[in-house]
Design a protein around this ligand. Structure first.
Ligand code: I3S
Length: 131
């Protein structure tokens, strides 16, 4: 079920462990470096952390339970698509930023989990583009 919209703080829409690798940064192709990442979808941002952190409503609001993010991506104007040809792993999709200069892959061996993430990210991108 979608998170309740609280106008005072961004909703925590989704969080979980996925495998992630950057493949392009600032327009430059990178060597893949797959690593597990705690991925948090919040509002129009996708934020990556090294480790999962327990989150209560209060800690989410203040950010106190968060590890320092190792990266984030703005989903406004971004593109998401399945990328079966970009890895030998199954269940890989790619996200490309609006500028097209940053690209990364996300993966889970679990079909349900990866499909939920794909749909969630896609619907955020669609919603943002209709605003
Ligand atoms: O597209 P590639 O080059 O086959 O990607 C693989 C490599 O990045 C490899 O790293 P090294 O070349 O440093 O060994 C990774 O370990 C593999 O996971 C990458 O392939 P997959 O198919 O797993 O994305």
């Amino acid at each position: 079920a979608p998170a309740t919209v609280n106008p005072l703080s961004p909703p925590l829409d989704k969080a979980g462990m996925l495998n992630k690798t950057k493949i392009m940064e600032a327009g430059k192709k990178l060597r893949k470096n797959w690593a597990p990442s705690w991925v948090v979808l919040s509002g129009s941002s996708l934020v990556f952390h090294k480790e999962p952190k327990a989150q209560t409503a209060a800690s989410w609001k203040t950010g106190s339970a968060q590890s320092k993010p190792e990266g984030s991506v703005e989903l406004r104007g971004a593109h998401v698509e399945w990328a079966r040809d970009k890895s030998s792993k199954k269940n890989v999709f790619q996200i490309q930023t609006g500028t097209g200069h940053h690209e990364f892959l996300l993966q889970s061996d679990n079909d349900t989990i990866i499909n939920e993430w794909f749909q969630a990210i896609r619907s955020v991108i669609q919603k943002l583009s209709s605003e």
